[in-house]
Design a protein around this ligand. Structure first.
Ligand code: PMP
Length: 443
């Protein structure tokens, strides 16, 4: 409040309005128009689970900056790792050179990942990690002489990123890429895993996968999916037994299994990797987002020794190599983030979040226009019957001191693991209040 008052007394401070004006003239925002620029708030700084706006208002963060900032913002351990690495070497090319932060990170990652994953390729974003996974699967099948296996099979409702290969395996409708259908490689889609996480497993939910494998299994290089939680394609939680059955079908059909754990990785679902819910090890696993605790962009694609050997059979090499591969700053921060996760009892923190979200969002279930309320680990979802008015809700949330950005029919929370119980309660209460008051209605 004091800062807010000081800012309003200071004539030199326009509290971020000039930044927004200049932004509107020059910058494009995610999934936004340049002609009708989106509603924006200017952020001055961040700390722990708070986002501080230029006008001094402090928002309780409910998004972890899209799954990434699991330790909250500006964590001293991550800042320390960043500064100390910056003093030695921010970045160096990775062709012909290596460095300790990358090797340390690869070792740490492999020790945390499901059994059997033995080799890591560092990419610079989640989408690129998915491209890498798809290329690995194609090169593996080619290496085995299976040149007819050039397609990917994936459930509807998935989301894997914005680059062309990744777009081709996103849900053709909810995946937000339908404009590009004509130029995307045509992949094979099967029914979304319809058996809910919290209900007894229905083996019939694998029927469509069985049908597709019987019809065109010989064309499939790999199956790609987000284990247990489908994220941006619908925030849908499905039964882990689906993954066990699917892994078996892949093995029988000679197709690889790729888990996209870019959103689910690093504890968010209550397991270090969501694959653990099913006790299934994929052939290839992608991670990103929370890898650096949300500080820098970094992603990784890991594969088994057998996949690596298949790709490299006959002296072949893997055909990918980004300029900023294994950026040393990002690797050093990621190492510190993984250490922190383990030292700070993330399981307890995520369990506390889960309890807080469950009790806090329960009242939403009785509200008119709410179709479903579901919680898993540090993810709380309120699904509405109709698409919400994102701008109106965003404005309501900022006015009520929280940062939550809904989309389509989903108002969802995934706060940093460090969020105090009172702030979890506040996030839930404001969401419930918004839906009760009709702030989400179109118009
Ligand atoms: N896969 C999943 C499951 C994701 O949620 C996302 C990002 N929302 C991506 C891939 C793409 O990651 P990035 O935005 O870092 O390219």
């Amino acid at each position: 409040l004091v800062r807010h008052l000081l800012a309003s007394l200071n004539p030199a401070c326009d509290c971020g309005a000039d930044v927004v004006r200049r932004d509107h003239q020059t910058i494009w925002h995610p999934y936004a128009s340049a002609m009708q620029p989106p509603l924006l708030s200017t952020v001055a700084r961040t700390s722990a689970n708070r986002i501080v706006l230029a006008d001094g208002r402090e928002l309780v963060d409910g998004m972890s900056s899209w799954w990434a900032a699991v330790h909250g913002y500006n964590h001293p351990r991550l800042m320390e790792a960043l500064h100390s690495q910056a003093g030695r070497m921010p970045h160096v090319m990775f062709g012909g050179l290596t460095h300790e932060p990358a090797v340390n990170l690869a070792e740490k990652l492999l020790s945390l990942m499901p059994d059997g994953l033995e080799r890591v390729f560092f990419a610079d974003s989640g989408s690129v990690a998915v491209e890498v996974a798809l290329k690995m699967a194609l090169q593996y099948q080619q290496g085995r002489g299976q040149t007819g296996r050039s397609k990917f099979l994936t459930p509807r409702g998935g989301y894997h990123g914005d680059t062309f290969g990744a777009m081709s395996v996103c849900d053709p409708v909810t995946g937000m890429h339908s404009l590009f259908t004509a130029v995307l490689p045509q992949q094979i889609f099967m029914e979304r895993p319809r058996c809910r996480f919290d209900q007894p497993f229905d083996p019939a939910s694998l029927d469509d996968a069985r049908r597709v494998f019987a019809e065109c299994g010989h064309e499939v290089a790999a199956v790609i999916l987000e284990p247990v939680v489908q994220g941006a394609g619908g925030m849908w939680f499905y039964h882990p037994d689906y993954l066990r059955g699917l892994a078996q079908l892949c093995r029988e059909a000679g197709a690889l299994l790729i888990f996209d754990e870019i959103a689910t990785g690093f504890g968010r679902t209550g397991k270090m990797f969501a694959a653990e819910w099913a006790g299934v090890s994929p052939d290839i696993l992608c991670c990103g987002k929370a890898l650096t605790g949300g500080v820098l962009t970094l992603a990784a694609t890991a594969c088994t020794a057998s996949v690596a050997e298949g790709i490299c059979a006959g002296g072949n090499v893997f055909m990918h190599g980004p300029t900023f591969m294994a950026n040393a700053l990002a690797c050093a921060v990621a190492c510190a983030s993984l250490d922190l996760l383990q030292e700070e009892d993330w399981r307890q923190k995520v369990a506390n979040l889960e309890n807080g979200l469950r009790s806090g969002l329960a009242p939403c279930a009785g509200l008119q226009g709410v179709a479903d309320v579901r919680v898993l680990g540090g993810i709380g979802v309120v699904e509405t019957c109709e698409p919400v008015n994102t701008a109106a809700l965003q404005e309501y949330f900022v006015r009520h001191g929280i940062w939550v950005r809904p989309f389509n029919r989903l108002v969802y929370l995934m706060p940093p693991y460090v969020t105090p119980a009172a702030d979890v309660a506040r996030l839930c209460a404001v969401v419930a209040g918004a839906l009760e008051s009709g702030a989400h209605l179109q118009g």
